[in-house]
Design a protein around this ligand. Structure first.
Ligand code: DQA
Length: 162
């Protein structure tokens, strides 16, 4: 069993009513439901889904996920473009992280073109609406499984060392 933590930043609690022409009509609860269905269909994946408007809270969420060996799907929203603290959190706990965005940030204002998270993420998926999260889930699960298998094999007493 592996765990995937889906962490959402500021203003994403307003999805559905927030600029629907940019972010679509699905609510964050709808996105959570889609991912829960995906995790259930996949099996052997525990899904944790969280949102906060508070930067420090997101730091704590990342630390918790990383220290538990969980994978992280992170939509840091506006903090993507500003937060050294979130970037440091990912590095600090070596969290396997995929950065996601609903919108194609590169087709928008130039201040959205730069991400402080991308250099410490495994990859970035943006522009596919709610499907950005689905694609990230599909990409991240095998990576977390592989890392977990490696960590388990390297653990003392795992029987792999003579
Ligand atoms: C966003 C893109 C960010 O630039 C913006 O600040 C958001 C949402 C997205 O999902 O498209 O809040 O992360």
């Amino acid at each position: 069993m592996i765990a995937i933590h889906v962490l959402n930043g500021p203003n994403l609690n307003l999805l559905g009513r927030r600029e629907p022409q940019v972010y679509g009509s699905l609510t964050l609860a709808d996105i959570e439901q889609r991912l829960r269905a995906r995790a259930a269909a996949r099996g052997q994946v525990e899904l944790v889904f969280r949102q906060s408007n508070v930067e420090g809270e997101l730091v704590s969420f990342i630390q918790e996920a990383g220290l538990a060996g969980a994978g992280v799907i992170l939509n840091a929203a506006a903090y993507t473009h500003t937060s050294i603290a979130l970037r440091d959190a990912i590095k600090s706990v070596d969290a396997l992280t995929i950065e996601v965005h609903l919108s194609n940030v590169h087709a928008r204002e130039s201040f959205r073109h730069h991400s402080l998270i991308a250099p410490v993420a495994v990859g970035v998926i943006c522009g596919f609406g709610a499907a950005s999260y689905d694609l990230a889930f599909d990409a991240l699960v095998p990576l977390v499984e592989a890392r977990t298998a490696k960590t388990t094999a390297a653990a003392p007493g795992s029987g792999t060392h003579s």
